[in-house]
Design a protein around this ligand. Structure first.
Ligand SMILES: [Zn+2]
Length: 116
């Protein structure tokens, strides 16, 4: 997939935390990072200029970093990076290949009114 169809969200909710999503066009930053998750400031940064597929995987990768911390999945570090690196691309493909399932999973946890 080429660059241009994917629009980054302004923010993403990860558990009880609300992360701002920022595009970074700075050349020196983009040479070092595709994305970054700042847990202290609750900001996810994504490099501009990548193909949509790479941007999507990078955004999911950074969301998983945020989720790792929210879910208290273990110490932050190399193990976390390995898990996030391995899960992001396959999870993205599972979501693509099972859209109806994911829609029904989301529907199952939606908050319903008292009379629903
Ligand atoms: Zn990472």
């Amino acid at each position: 997939m080429a660059e241009g169809r994917l629009t980054l969200p302004a923010s993403v909710q990860v558990g009880h935390l609300h992360y701002r999503v920022e595009s970074v066009s700075d050349e020196s930053w983009r040479e070092r990072f595709a994305g970054q998750c700042d847990r202290d400031k609750q900001i996810i940064k994504i490099a501009t200029g990548m193909a949509d597929g790479t941007t999507a995987e990078t955004l999911l990768h950074e969301i998983l970093h945020a989720a790792w911390a929210v879910g208290k999945c273990g110490p932050l570090g190399k193990r976390e990076e390995r898990a996030v690196n391995g899960l992001a691309p396959i999870l993205l493909m599972v979501m693509r290949d099972n859209r109806a399932l994911f829609a029904s999973l989301v529907e199952a946890i939606e908050t319903k009114g008292a009379d629903a």
